[in-house]
Design a protein around this ligand. Structure first.
Ligand code: MN
Length: 284
């Protein structure tokens, strides 16, 4: 079984080429996509390069081969949540999975349910790479106004630094929250994504023990969770092996020119026959 999360297709940070290489190298018996696969928040129709389409192609290939796929919704693809429960063949769209895994109970969900400050981070995330410069500019402007009003200056960046300190404890709080509920419910494994922090860790409290797992992400850690013969393992892509490309990829040309479209529509070189594949007389 393979667990992937936080791929963030459609964003500049997504390391799609490496992921394609990884997907080509594995043959999972089951695939769990644990949220934030296609980044619908930050999705821009101006950025969806070939390698991102290739990721979708590889996922489709796995689906077509009959492997059960569970797409667990995350906060960056929360637009899909209104379709939760949708199934098509071996593909299932869900908000969580309870899985019996070699006699043990495993609980999979993305993890943004713990994120109380989600609205704030959503706002910051949308600003993306420009976020910091916009922040500084706003700060300069604000301090100008404050000084005109004869009031004290404020520092946004100090506030952000404090937030980074908080972020460290946030990861720990997240892991403990997930583990605590999982222990209460007597699960053996709790598997999340969301915080971009690959992890396999045993967490204990007065009530019991659970194994907390996180599949990490494909922006920074290039990681996945692999389960085989009762054993969990974190896979990490060797970045050195591929050579990182800094240059943004060229976009494929989607839309044909009007002239090209006319040529395509009038083209007679291919004919589709009906009935072709589904007629019993055509069966060998
Ligand atoms: Mn997330």
């Amino acid at each position: 079984m393979l667990v992937l999360s936080d791929i963030h297709l459609g964003t500049y940070g997504c390391r799609a080429k490496e992921l394609v290489q990884y997907l080509k190298s594995v043959k999972p018996s089951m695939l769990i996509l644990n949220g934030d696969i296609i980044d619908i928040w930050q999705f821009s129709k101006n950025y969806f390069p070939k390698s991102h389409i290739e990721v979708l192609k590889q996922l489709l290939k796995i689906a077509m081969s009959g492997v059960p796929i569970y797409y667990v919704t995350g906060n960056h693809d929360d637009a899909l949540r209104r379709f939760s429960g949708f199934s098509l063949g071996n593909f299932h769209l869900v908000d969580k999975i309870l899985l019996e895994l070699d006699g043990k109970k495993a609980w999979f969900f993305h993890g943004d349910v713990f994120d109380a400050s989600i609205q704030y981070s959503k706002w910051l995330a949308k600003l993306g790479g420009y976020g910091y410069s916009i922040l500084i500019l706003t700060n300069v402007l604000l301090n100008f106004i404050l000084s005109k009003l004869g009031r004290d200056k404020m520092s946004f960046s100090r506030k952000i630094k404090n937030n980074v300190k908080k972020a460290v404890s946030y990861v720990n709080d997240f892991e403990l929250s997930a583990a605590e509920i999982a222990i209460d419910r007597a699960y053996d494994y709790v598997v999340c994504g969301h915080i971009h922090n690959p992890q396999i860790r045993t967490i204990r409290n007065q009530k019991g023990t659970v194994t907390y797992l996180n599949s990490g992400d494909w922006i920074e850690h290039l990681s996945a969770l692999e389960y085989r013969d009762g054993e969990w393992k974190i896979f990490t892509f060797e970045k050195e092996a591929v050579g990182t490309e800094k240059q943004p990829e060229k976009m494929p040309q989607y839309a044909p020119s009007p002239k090209e479209l006319v040529k395509r529509v009038l083209d007679t070189s291919e004919t589709v026959r009906y009935p072709a594949f589904f007629s019993p007389t055509n069966k060998k």
